[in-house]
Design a protein around this ligand. Structure first.
Ligand SMILES: Nc1ncnc2c1ncn2[C@@H]1O[C@H](COP(=O)(O)OP(=O)(O)OP(=O)(O)O)[C@@H](O)[C@H]1O
Length: 962
């Protein structure tokens, strides 16, 4: 399943809210007024809002008067403000920024506090936009003298070893590959500018000199040239020294993995003074070869827990990661002393070959792979006797849990079933497994630890949430279109042109776009809402990620660009190359906003993301925690706002049922898979994806999940083979078919097993392969060879799942009942997670008593509590009251529907899907959305609709229905 790694769930198309009574806008977050001022006001220090004794918020008192605020408008009373870059003030006083950090944060996260201060210093120094990478500024100052002295712009003087980590947030990989515009998925380690072993001296000087333009070269005096050479040589020495120091430190840890030795290594390689909570413990466990379950909050530094062991342990560290984007990001984050590589479906053959070569040579210490690539025959063949693996790291290990697997990636990820300790040990001979996640409920932890055979004593679990994230929620209301337009007009007539108003204009102008969105979703009578406006305080370099559904991302990013906020969209419809470019641009601060679907968030480690805005509700609290975890990774206060509305919730809840299947359909699938009876064992078969999907009314991913379960369940019934096309249409050109068949067994088999249609030979690849005892891949390769020799041309069609039968089930009924139960548990689990997310949001908005620090739309304490309860297993799992359980019209509507479609066969599930507006392979939306029953009962419990459909079908057909 090659695409899985890129899955982002953008299939979800949310319906806009249509509540006729919009809530009163959320109360204003009292911002330091400086965020609203132009640069001339930048020195004005304003205390953040304070609370009166009665608990009411009071307005901040500026030490210097600001321009009078605009007249009160609903648009002002919002939690955030999106700032235009031109009005942004980058010069922030240290005290102001410190005021934004919640009490207790530094005490808990010593290392965070260090970074926080570093960043503040940077801000003071860098007062003008556009911003350079904050992480490089400190380091650059070290070399500034040399540069100034010799009047050079582009001489890259290498850095002292202790600062390596900070000097280049992109890691050596970026330097060598990405900066050239080509992505080779190999971390080039020691050859980079910042690495210890990079060549300097003469060679470096030559390279530097060649970068200068002619004029600059002419201006370089002999004395200056000597200075350049001397600087380069000095740095070469420093690097050598640094490299030796790291070697020494690694050796010391190998001898004794003491706290002291590990901290020295940490300082030397990363420049950090101390480990964060949980890191040291985890590193020591891994170094001792103990399988470990590590649960640390987002941004707490889990990656370091395998990076340091990778420096010390002799073999390879294999990291299984769910998304290609995440792998690339992690590869970049590797320190220069640890060389990494990745194997993914998006690579060119030469990149794969290069990675394999480096692996064989033992140069690559950390290899990232997707679960789809993992453990297949090709992958296993890499690992010869000489290549040993020290640790397998399962990143985002919650995906192993069955419910999580489908929920988080919005797609079935059957390949996660391969991540079982027994398989890993048998096939890769690895003892130590490190499973890492930020979000795991008690059940998920249990699933992961038992799959990976991690003893309970080896669980390291710290806080779930960082406390520098300010959480707010608002329920989107639904204004009628003309009301909205009136509001916009009123707003502009009141506050014409000042910069302050300009900022508001940005959000207000989202309104026409919302209407456009309404036009796109034409399946329901949609009443659009005036999307609340976000006002985000920009007290520092600020970036935003808007998490929202696929097709909207382009619209919104275009809109933001039109309003001078540099933004790009990121969703699965964009080619992988462009997506990674967007990520590069965002990470290098060239754009400020990424308007993205969920694919963008996972694992992204950009320190200064100031806010994550959920434009629509995530599907679970795990997803929410994971996604807001992209904000504030530098330890500073950051904002996470969630918009939710009933319609989107209903829509998402319906979609949770789109993967479900009935026992009847599973039974039919089993009959086909094992249709060849006793003699089929050991033979190759194919299941053509498209036709089977329609026949069984089952999504392709669901079929693959079932096949994988038949391979990896308690009994191995079959073995999955590489996916290929099943049907071939072939023409002979040079040699006559019979002559060629004499020389070639594949051709001979083709002649025997083909049908001739219009002079062309049409055959089934598995049939030909079985007839000569070859594999389907062998047949495909031979066809390619013959084509290259000019003997044949051919066309392949019918993409299919290929498998060999290992054992026939004794009977299908028990097996299909078992599989159905398993899938329906997953379905229920997904719905429960969504309900819990919705309940938490509803609680924050409606039931929170505004005690314990919640106020206005700020719900940090109460949301934090909801999240913690959920992860402890005490969440509010009740079905929200909004979900209807019965309707007086439902059965009558179903009856009419069945009568008007009497020519079509339905199952109860198929009827319920249509009533919920969910397309399926056999009932596509192109046909069925035309019925006016489409989506009519979206607000009713799916199970209740299914039951009603079953009753009506029984009445209608007058006999048992499946
Ligand atoms: N001991 C430390 N002191 C200071 N910074 C650290 C420390 N350890 C890690 N970091 C930094 O913290 C940031 C986040 O680390 P990392 O990406 O490993 O987090 P994570 O736990 O994997 O987060 P997520 O679950 O969100 O992917 C990185 O920039 C990393 O360099």
């Amino acid at each position: 399943m090659e695409t899985d790694s890129d899955s982002d769930g953008s299939h979800v198309s949310a319906t806009p809210p249509r509540d006729s009574n919009p809530p009163s806008p959320p109360s204003l977050l009292k911002l330091p007024r400086r965020t609203l001022c132009n640069s001339s006001k930048s020195k004005v220090r304003v205390k953040p809002s304070s609370r009166s004794e009665s608990g009411k918020k009071t307005k901040p008192t500026p030490s210097q008067p600001d321009p009078p605020p605009p007249n009160p408008s609903p648009l002002q009373t919002l939690p955030f403000q999106i700032r235009c870059p031109f009005t942004q003030n980058f010069s922030t006083s240290v005290t102001d920024s410190l005021e934004t950090v919640p009490a207790g944060f530094f005490s808990k996260h010593a290392s965070f506090s260090k970074i926080h201060k570093t960043s503040l210093n940077f801000e003071n120094d860098q007062s003008l936009p556009p911003p350079s990478n904050p992480e490089t500024s400190e380091i650059k100052s070290d070399v500034v003298k040399v540069k100034k002295q010799i009047n050079l712009v582009s001489v890259d003087v290498p850095l002292p070893p202790v600062k390596l980590r900070k000097s280049n947030g992109e890691g050596n990989f970026v330097r060598l590959n990405l900066s050239r515009g080509k992505r080779k998925f190999v971390n080039k380690g020691t050859r980079t500018k910042n690495s210890y072993a990079s060549s300097c001296g003469r060679k470096s000087y030559r390279r530097s000199k060649s970068k200068l333009n002619k004029k600059e070269q002419k201006n370089l005096s002999g004395e200056e040239e000597d200075l350049v050479i001397e600087a380069a040589q000095q740095n070469q020495k420093k690097r050598k020294l640094g490299s030796d120091l790291v070697d020494e430190a690694v050796k010391a840890v190998k001898n004794e993995a003491s706290d002291e030795n590990l901290v020295s290594l940490l300082k030397l390689v990363y420049g950090y003074d101390s480990f964060r909570d949980g890191q040291l413990e985890a590193i020591k466990m891994v170094l001792e070869g103990k399988s470990t379950m590590l649960v640390l909050p987002t941004g707490a530094g889990k990656s370091l827990c395998y990076q340091i062991p990778a420096m010390v342990l002799p073999g390879l560290t294999l990291v299984v990661s769910p998304l290609v984007a995440l792998m690339i990001d992690q590869l970049r984050q590797l320190p220069p002393v640890v060389r990494g590589g990745l194997l993914s479906s998006g690579q060119k053959p030469e990149e794969v070959t290069e990675t394999l070569r480096l692996l064989q040579e033992g140069v690559i210490k950390v290899l990232f792979v997707s679960p789809e690539r993992f453990l297949n025959a090709e992958f296993l063949s890499i690992f010869s006797a000489t290549l040993s693996i020290s640790v397998i790291v399962v990143d985002e290990a919650h995906c192993i849990s069955e419910c999580e697997r489908v929920n988080r990636s919005h797609n079935f990820r059957p390949s996660y079933m391969r991540l079982r300790a027994s398989l890993l040990r048998a096939r890769l001979n690895v003892e130590c497994i490190l499973a890492m996640t930020a979000t795991a409920t008690v059940t998920t932890l249990h699933d992961v630890m038992s799959a990976l055979e991690i003893p309970a004593s080896n669980l390291i679990q710290k806080a779930i949430l960082r406390d520098n994230l300010q959480l707010s929620v608002s329920l989107s209301g639904n204004n009628r279109q003309n009301e909205r337009s009136a509001k916009v007009n009123q707003f502009f007539s009141l506050h014409g042109s000042s910069k302050y108003y300009y900022i508001l204009q940005i959000s207000v102008s989202l309104v026409p776009m919302m209407s456009f969105r309404a036009m796109l979703i034409n399946f329901h009578p949609v009443i659009m809402c005036l999307c609340p406006v976000y006002q985000l305080p920009v007290s520092r370099l600020m970036d935003y990620i808007l998490i929202l559904l696929g097709f909207e991302t382009d619209l919104i990013s275009r809109y933001l660009c039109d309003n001078n906020i540099s933004a790009k969209s990121y969703h699965s419809g964009i080619p992988a190359k462009d997506r990674s470019r967007v990520q590069d641009l965002f990470c290098s601060n060239k754009i400020r906003v990424v308007v993205a679907t969920v694919a963008f968030g996972m694992g992204l480690d950009k320190r200064d993301v100031g806010a994550v805005i959920h434009y629509s509700m995530p599907e679970s609290l795990e997803e929410y925690v994971q996604e807001i975890g992209r904000a504030g990774r530098d330890g500073r206060l950051s904002y996470c706002h969630l918009f939710f509305d009933d319609i989107t919730y209903f829509r998402l809840r319906s979609l949770m049922h789109s993967d479900g299947v009935d026992e009847y359909a599973i039974n039919k699938l089993l009959c086909q898979v094992f249709s060849n009876g006793k003699n089929s064992c050991g033979k190759i078969y194919s299941l053509v994806k498209e036709s089977a999907s329609r026949k069984f009314d089952m999504k392709e991913e669901v079929m693959l999940t079932l096949l994988t379960r038949l391979e990896l369940g308690e009994v191995q019934y079959l073995r999955l083979l590489p996916q290929l096309n099943a049907t071939c249409t072939l023409n002979f050109h040079k040699t006559t078919p019979t002559l060629l068949a004499d020389k070639d067994s594949v051709v001979s088999a083709i002649l025997k097993k083909s049908e001739i249609k219009q002079g062309q030979y049409v055959f089934d690849i598995p049939t030909v392969a079985n007839s000569i005892g070859a594999t389907a891949t062998d047949v495909s390769n031979q066809l390619l060879n013959l084509k290259l020799m000019g003997e044949i041309t051919y066309e392949l069609k019918d993409p299919a799942y290929f498998y060999t039968i290992v054992e026939l089930p004794s009977e299908f009924c028990t097996l299909s009942a078992h599989l159905t139960k398993w899938l329906s548990e997953v379905e229920i689990c997904k719905v429960t997670k969504l309900d819990t997310m919705f309940n938490a949001a509803v609680f924050a908005v409606n039931m929170c008593e505004k005690a314990h620090g919640c106020y206005g739309s700020q719900h940090t304490p109460c949301l934090q509590k909801k999240i913690l309860d959920y992860f402890k297993g005490d969440g509010d799992f009740n079905v929200p009251a909004k979900i209807g359980q019965s309707s007086p019209f439902l059965r009558a509507d179903i009856k009419v529907f069945l009568q008007s479609n009497s020519h079509t066969k339905f199952t109860p599930r198929a009827v319920a899907r249509i009533m919920h507006g969910i397309a399926s392979p056999a009932y596509p939306s192109t046909t069925w959305s035309k019925t006016h029953f489409w989506g009519r009962y979206m607000q009713m419990d799916f199970q209740a609709v299914t039951e009603a459909a079953k009753t009506e079908l029984l009445n209608f057909v007058g006999k048992n229905v499946p």
